[in-house]
Structure formats: structure tokens, C-alpha cells
Design a protein around this ligand. Sequence first.
Ligand code: PMP
Length: 347
Amino acid sequence: MSFFRPEIEAMQGYTPGEQPQAGKFIKLNTNENPYPPSPAVPLAIQTAAQTLVRYPDPVGTAFRQRAAEVLGVEPDWILCGNGSDDILTIVTRAFVGPGQSIRLPYPSYILYRTLAQLQGARWQEIPFQPDWSLPAAFTEGTDELKLVFLPNPNSPTGTVLSPEEVLAIAERLPCPLVVDEAYVDFAEQSCIDLVKENEKILVSRTLSKSYALAGLRFGFLVAQPHLIAELIKVKDSYNCDALSLAAATAAIDDQAWLQANVEKVKASRKRLLQGVRRLGFTAPDSQANFVWCVHEKPVKPLYEQLKASRILVRYMNYPDWGEGLRISVGDDGQIDACLSLLETLLK
Ligand code: PMP
């Protein structure tokens, strides 16, 4: 006899990228930032540590105010989350019931599928076209379709759809479209302004990548206030703790630090792209902090040999689509170490 719902027993569970706890690795597998966060962050945490006897602000008022100024919206357009994974969980729980459907592009972030499974919902994966656009099937409405996820820039490919394309998709859909902008600070354009134009567009962001705060667990959603008000009913009462709220507020306040960090990553991304292409990989132009690398030779042995030499990249194999290595943009030294080992392995 099992105590579990059949959906839970049937599912595999999401497997996060490896986080080795011992030994020293060059870690290019989970799109972390190679540079530290703003120095204002540890100071804010120290101050907030004095307040832990109290529960945190349930909605993160200070963060919402500061983020609203930075993003050009009002504070009630923002929902704080314990990482953007928490945001994605909240929207799925709010919009999608058992037997209903979510839609996502293929390949993309594997967690969306897991979230559907947890709800006892179905999922439809619509493959990207060779030019990285999405076919008309992505916008076809059905009665069961309740939520569409669109990572933009996409993972694992780093490719983007323009705001015009995203708006056109939203206009044709019968349900909310979550534009997952986890990597948008490394891109040329954002869809954040579309939230004002169309209530179906919700934009999710994270501090894990561009703000160099993956360990903090902080993300947020930008959507029209009537939607945010409903979503607040779905979240855990205190989904963000006092330390992360204080740290996130300090981080978003330091836009100069963010910009300097992003510029360094973008310069290194160019170096990585040129390097892997020189080694015979096919890699699309990336607007994220990683590069998707496909080779005519099988890449799993490359991943394994890199790992044996303490360089971690992400090996991904998408059934009916293909396999590749997703290499995060580290600093130039890390990239050069990775490229020179790949060069030796490919000889
Ligand atoms: N969206 C995408 C597309 C991602 O790749 C990730 C990182 N795994 C996330 C969301 C979640 O990031 P976090 O929970 O750290 O904010």
C-alpha cells in the first residue's frame, strides 16, 4: 500500500544540477555568477540578523518599493518569492488544476513539467523551429489550457523571442503567459513593459543569476495588481525570510554593481562562444549567461572527462531533439581552463 497520490509515485522528481559539497571544482553547470554580489548585501544581512525574533514582512514591502522604482511599476505589481522556482510553483498552483494543461517550449526548463506533474496536470511540449521561433501550435487555445511558460532567454539554448513576438503570442492565447526572465539581465530586451499592455503577461525574475545570489533564494513576479492580489492567497504566509528580503532589497538597490557584473559576464560569453565554435561545436548566439554546445561527436564522454578533471558543465539529453553541453559563463580563467581541456579531449 502506498500513502502517496498516484501522480507523486509516477513522477521522477526534478533533478537540480550537481552541487558538489567537497573538493574544488570549476563550476560551470548551474549558471551561477562567477563574481560576488554587491557588498551592500552582506551588510544588510548583518543588520537584519538582529531582527530574527520577529516574523518577516509577509509581502516584502521594502523590496517591492525599491524594485518598483527600478522597474517602473507600482509596488502592488510585484510578488516576492523564495527563488523564482517558488514563483513558478505559486502560479502553477493558482492557475492549473488536476487534468488541466500547461504548455511550454521544447527544449526548455525541465521544472515546468515537474510542476504540472505535482498538480496532476498535463503538459504539452512544443518544439522550437530551427530558427528558434515557435510554431503556430504554441498559441492554439484549448479548453484545458490554463498556463503557458516561456523562458526568455530560453534555457538551455540562450535564444530569445522579441517583445513583439511575445506580445503576439499572448494575444492569441486564452490563458496567462509566464515569461520566465531568469536570464534577462544578460539579454538585449525585456518583456517587462508588456505587463502593462496585456494582463495575460506575467514576468518572472530571479536574483540567482545576474545579482549573484543563487544561495539566497529570491525571485519575484511582475503582473497586474489584481492578479498579484490573488496570487498572494496561494503563497506560503512567510515565503521569504527576513534575511533574504533585506539582502534582496540591498541587491536591487545597487544597479551600478549589477551592470558592471553583467558587462563582465557578457564579455566572457563572447570569448566562450568563439572558443567553442573554434573547437567545432555548433552554438547558437546566447543572450543568457551560458552557451549551448552541440557537437557531431557524442558529448557525454566530454562531460565525464571534464568532470574527472574537476570542471563541471551540464550535460543534457532531450529525447527526439538531441544532446549537448550547457556551459555557464565563468570568468575568463575558468573559461580558458574549460576550453583548453576540451581542445585536448577533442584531438
Ligand atoms: N527559470 C529558469 C529558466 C532557470 O533556468 C532557473 C534556474 N534553474 C530558474 C527559473 C530558477 O531560478 P531560482 O529558483 O534560483 O530563482
